[in-house]
Design a protein around this ligand. Structure first.
Ligand SMILES: Cc1ncc(COP(=O)(O)O)c(C=O)c1O
Length: 353
């Protein structure tokens, strides 16, 4: 239950669009915003008009966030200020409100993701913070168990980063490393040097910097350790055969919605094996078994969850995900065709520091 209180707001003398002495509910539950309970009158302030969506014609093609559709933006505008006409914006609401809007956004996003990606019932879907970099540490800390080594298939910059982070916790075996060849191709699985003694095999499904992508999910030999995939820049751009993986993760900023949330899809049997020193915020079991719903062990990024949930609602079906994959494949031809025509065009971009 949220504890709500009514707030009196005098209108500003210049340009406020709020009616004089409008009343708004405030959240005074354990996660209350920083409004002092003793101060019920806010200073007058001007409230700017909402910007129009009609002149949103630019997109970022550099590193960083992908475009969000106008429909997601409009929905965000509405819910940001006054979620479903409740009188509160989603960011002002408590994530402890059982069955309330914040928990609904989180559960709704997980349910929709399960449908869109056809995630089998023996996998948990959780949302964490710390981005993909957080997962570079979370994966070894949760999956090593009694093992001391993990296999990394390095096909570009992000795989290198994942391996470097994992080497703080275990011995990293480079089951394949394409660095010496400048990351030009991905060899077949039969050429990977996988060890049955490793805790897992890590791949990066799409290397945004070096341009190598797994367009099909690799099939590891029977008896191999579980496959782990960094799907940060590609999840939802094609159907994924989840059952070929023990775990996949994808941070926000690309296809899923804005940054601040990281999706982790993990097979049931891989949860609950974290090392004693694994920080609780990186523990899969803490997130899976948080109450009353998963992913509320800590204060979640409300607004990002809402965007993810809205964006998944607009991706209406699995067919839409397949259609995206066809579009992505035809789009990818464009820079490569250009690079073949002109030696001035490079298909890699500069690495972040
Ligand atoms: C494939 C891949 N992995 C990891 C990252 C890093 O993600 P984050 O900044 O969420 O840690 C990125 C960022 O672009 C990426 O494309």
């Amino acid at each position: 239950m949220q504890l709500l209180c009514r707030l009196k707001i005098p209108s500003s003398e210049s340009g406020s669009i709020r009616p004089q002495h409008s009343v708004l509910p405030i959240n005074f539950s354990t996660t209350a915003n920083s409004v002092l309970a003793t101060e019920f009158t806010m200073a007058p302030h001007a409230v700017p008009e909402l910007p129009s969506l009609s002149n949103r014609a630019l997109g970022n093609f550099s590193a960083g966030p992908a475009c969000l559709s106008d429909a997601v933006m409009r929905q965000a505008q509405l819910e940001f200020c006054n979620k479903d006409g409740s009188g509160m914006g989603i960011m002002e609401m408590s994530h402890r409100d059982a069955g309330g809007p914040v928990q609904n956004a989180i559960s709704g996003a997980a349910d929709k993701l399960r449908i869109l990606l056809d995630v089998p019932s023996n996998y948990h879907i959780i949302f964490m913070q710390g981005g993909a970099h957080g997962q570079f540490s979370a994966v070894p800390m949760n999956l090593l168990g009694s093992k001391t080594q993990a296999d990394y298939i390095t096909t570009g910059y992000w795989g290198e980063r994942a391996a470097a982070e994992a080497s703080k916790y275990c011995t990293v075996r480079h089951a394949y490393n394409g660095k010496k060849d400048g990351y030009r191709s991905i060899p077949p699985v039969s050429e990977w040097d996988i060890s049955p003694d490793s805790a897992y095999v890590h791949i990066c499904a799409n290397e945004t910097l070096h341009g190598l992508e797994f367009v099909e999910d690799p099939e590891l030999p029977v008896g191999s350790p579980p496959l782990v995939g960094d799907f940060t820049s590609t999840l939802m751009s094609r159907p994924v055969n989840i059952s070929k993986y023990g775990l996949i993760y994808a941070s926000g900023g690309k296809n899923l919605g804005p940054a601040g949330v990281t999706a982790v899809i993990v097979r049931n049997d891989l949860v609950g094996n974290e090392t004693a020193t694994c920080p609780s915020v990186l523990s899969y079991s803490k997130m899976v078994y948080s109450k009353p719903i998963p992913s509320v062990y800590q204060y979640p990024a409300h607004i990002s969850h809402l965007h993810w949930s809205t964006s998944f609602s607009l991706t209406t079906s699995r067919t839409a995900v397949s259609r995206r994959s066809r579009c992505a494949l035809s789009r990818v031809q464009m820079p490569f065709t250009a690079s073949l025509r002109s030696p001035m065009v490079s298909t890699t971009s500069s690495a972040p520091t």
